[in-house]
Write a protein that binds this ligand. Sequence first.
Ligand SMILES: C[S@@+](CC[C@H](N)C(=O)[O-])C[C@H]1O[C@@H](n2cnc3c(N)ncnc32)[C@H](O)[C@@H]1O
Length: 203
Amino acid sequence: MATRRTRWQEAGNSENFGKRFADLVSAGEDIDGEARLADTLLPRGARVLDAGAGMGRVTSALLRRGHEVVAIEPDETLVRQAREIYPGLPIEKRDILGLGPEDGPFDLVVCVGNVMIYLAEGTEIEALRAMRAVLGENGRILLGFHLQDQPSHARAYTAAEFEADLSAAGLRVDLRAGTYQLHPANEAYGVWVLSRAQSEAGR
Ligand SMILES: C[S@@+](CC[C@H](N)C(=O)[O-])C[C@H]1O[C@@H](n2cnc3c(N)ncnc32)[C@H](O)[C@@H]1O
């Protein structure tokens, strides 16, 4: 399958992104917020897909918590940085759009840090369907992105537009919050826990 150019690639920000997070890691800053919430959603030793893993920070934090994690990331620069920063990190150069049921099943797909607003234009529903396809029976998706003040080259995506798209992809909202510490939903940032819509559960 030909991979479509993502908004992230258009932004051309990979070197800076990896370096910024590498500096935070070196300084001992807390960059594990998303992984802590993911961990609370999981049984011990669960199987997780980090979709759009970037430089690997979430994967690394979930591995440290005892989960089996597969990281996929289409940006070559970030894959290289992930391998440098976290030697041995199980990361593959792959696009969410290429996922199929044979890649699963996962207990949780983590798709955080604005991945949804950096996808290639017009691929949001396809990406949501691809993530749904790899969920195990009670599998869920943890997802979050900026609803306002998006970073450069990221698309504007309202909560209403996103929820229409996830519904079209056969998913339902189990929870919406405003932060990874589960503050109330707000207009600035969206955090969702999703699962297969009931009518789609058996498919
Ligand atoms: C701001 S970075 C976040 C990285 C990581 N999730 C984190 O939170 O540290 C956005 C990421 O979305 C990824 N992305 C965009 N479109 C993608 C796609 N179709 N498949 C997988 N990753 C994608 C980019 O390559 C980039 O790594």
